[in-house]
Write a protein that binds this ligand. Sequence first.
Ligand SMILES: C[S@@+](CC[C@H](N)C(=O)[O-])C[C@H]1O[C@@H](n2cnc3c(N)ncnc32)[C@H](O)[C@@H]1O
Ligand SMILES: [Zn+2]
Length: 429
Amino acid sequence: MFSLPLKPTIPFTSPASKPLNPPPKCCKSQPQTERGLSFDIGDTFFRHESSTGRDLGVLSAAIYKKSHNALRVLDAMCGCGVRSLRYLVEANADFVLANDANQEYGGVISGNLEKADMEKKRWAVKHLDASRLLTECYLERDYYDLIDVDSFGSESSYLRAAMCAVKLDGLLYVTSTDGYSSGGHRPQHNFLSRSTLAAYGAYVRHMPYSNEIGLRMLIGGAVREASVLGYHVVPLFSYYSYHGPIFRAMLQVRCGKFPIERDYSFISYCIQCGNSRAFSWDKLGQMRCSCNDVPGSLIVSGPLWTGPLHSSSFLSEMLSLAEEWGWTGNGTGKHIGALLKTMIDESDPVLPFGYINMDEIASRAKVNSPPINSLLRALDKEGYATSRSHIASNAIKTNCPMVDCVRLVKELRRSSVTADEKLHSVIEA
Ligand SMILES: C[S@@+](CC[C@H](N)C(=O)[O-])C[C@H]1O[C@@H](n2cnc3c(N)ncnc32)[C@H](O)[C@@H]1O
Ligand SMILES: [Zn+2]
């Protein structure tokens, strides 16, 4: 029905002859713990900062297991195998296939997974190129409920094979760590390399909310691949972390095409007025901002995912489970609770894509930036929808046009100056 690449689209040297990473100089033990689970990282690639991405993956997997009563996971780029271990123990996966192209990691991965199941009944380890493994799974009709591909850079060549190897209605957890490209710094740079155009089919220019654009580019790339196969994807959550930076999306792969032009279009930002909007495909060639007739005032990127970044009902389930597991109380778990709550707020369907940085409003208003909560309250009072952004701590999401944000910031500034003057006169009196 659909075509798969017969060989990886990027040259891949068999790990038997040349590992992707240089072989470890020694194999000393380096014990770690995460969410109370002990594991060893040896000389594998491991980042403690990625633990939130792992938490989100495990919560999603556990919710899937509860609703489907089955969970087979393929951890395609597993490093030391910490995710595989967590999927086995915390999400109670029935089976996990842990793969890393670097065969030098084998001992560390197996050692960690034995902690969950000494008899090796619920897991296996492989050392193949991810695309090759995913293709083999598809050819053998060995489909998985959740496929996690924790890749580097803007690697996307595995996407087609992953879509083929995941069960319908199953989950695909994808990653990009190429913040430089998604920030619009090299839209067409070397088309045959992994530019955004080659990797995700999107021409990305620098915009004030470039890290959200990075998420929309990653999801857009998956939308395109899914559509080729007659599928569509639904983002359950999208997560940006400045460590790396890392862009992640948990996608549910569903059968049936959806009209690709819906929620997959172009995003513009007007440097003149600061407003953003989406342009559908039939408006190509007619793009201009209603604020002016200045040619070149619009910065346009696309095609990108312009639909919702998250499913609020799925996030609410994740939050309830995180609370049930004691991950959201005071102490180390607090962060995940706050993150999920912000993501739920961001999912308000009235809110447009993008976020507005407080500094941009202050600079357009030519005043110092007010406290973010004062502006949110003022917007709320005027009936606008608002939320914080999980991507940028000093930014807001709102359906209020920039011109009114600027007016409100000026008003807030004036009232704070008047309050200061009153206080002074009371002190002086
Ligand atoms: C970001 S690290 C994985 C970290 C791990 N998932 C975690 O949460 O700690 C990416 C891993 O992918 C492996 N890798 C790189 N290219 C690969 C490929 N084409 N196929 C399979 N594994 C690959 C690397 O050896 C590396 O261990
Ligand atoms: Zn404009």
